[in-house]
Design a protein around this ligand. Structure first.
Ligand code: CA
Length: 194
């Protein structure tokens, strides 16, 4: 997610250098307010507070990824199925072979009590045809994966799972089947402390 930052900084430096005016022969005193200092600094991730999606922008590790899809598309904060593309969602790379997994690591063990799994669901690609059908939600607790929710026969675009709080170091979706029996597709995976 932070990959754009170095490119922007580099571009900015090159741009300023190319347009630097020639040095004046006699330095004149500066009058008036100084222009705002441009640092080019951007913070892509802010610390998460109560109620925030704990998975936003965190490290995602899928079992496989199809073509040019980005593994971090399902933790980019965009859960709108109409925006489905290689950058906003995750699509596995093993056609008609299940299970597929999509794991997201948390920076530190954190209390988890709810996940929201958003599978592909849009006018063009409705969930009853293209969405995840059977899947488990697992939390990594003391190094072991624990199933906290099991969903079967799903045809909805978004599935909220609530469960007794666990101290988790990661969350993963174990996709067992989709409604087209071909690919696992996630538009967004979110997790919350309550
Ligand atoms: Ca997304």
């Amino acid at each position: 997610m932070a990959a754009r930052r170095p490119a922007r900084d580099g571009e900015g430096r090159r741009h300023r250098a190319a347009h630097r005016p020639p040095r004046p022969l006699h330095r004149r005193p500066h009058h008036g307010p100084l222009p705002p200092r441009r640092t080019g600094r951007r913070t892509s991730l802010t610390p998460k507070g109560p109620g925030d999606n704990l998975l936003l922008g965190e490290q995602a590790t899928p079992s496989s990824t199809n073509g040019s899809f980005s593994p971090c598309g399902a933790v980019d904060g965009d859960s709108n199925g109409d925006h489905w593309s290689t950058t906003t969602g995750w699509n596995d790379g093993t056609k008609s072979a299940f299970p597929d997994t999509y794991a997201v690591a948390l920076p530190t063990p954190t209390t988890l009590a709810r996940t929201v799994t958003t599978t592909l669901d849009s006018t063009k690609y409705p969930a009853p045809k293209y969405g995840l059908r059977d899947f488990d939600v697992q939390a990594q607790v003391s190094g072991a994966w624990v199933t906290v929710a099991s969903i079967r026969g799903n045809t909805a675009g978004s599935v909220t799972s609530t469960f007794p709080p666990v101290q988790a170091s990661a969350v993963q979706i174990v996709a067992l089947d989709s409604n087209d029996h071909a690919y696992s597709r996630l538009v967004e995976l979110a997790a919350y402390s309550s």
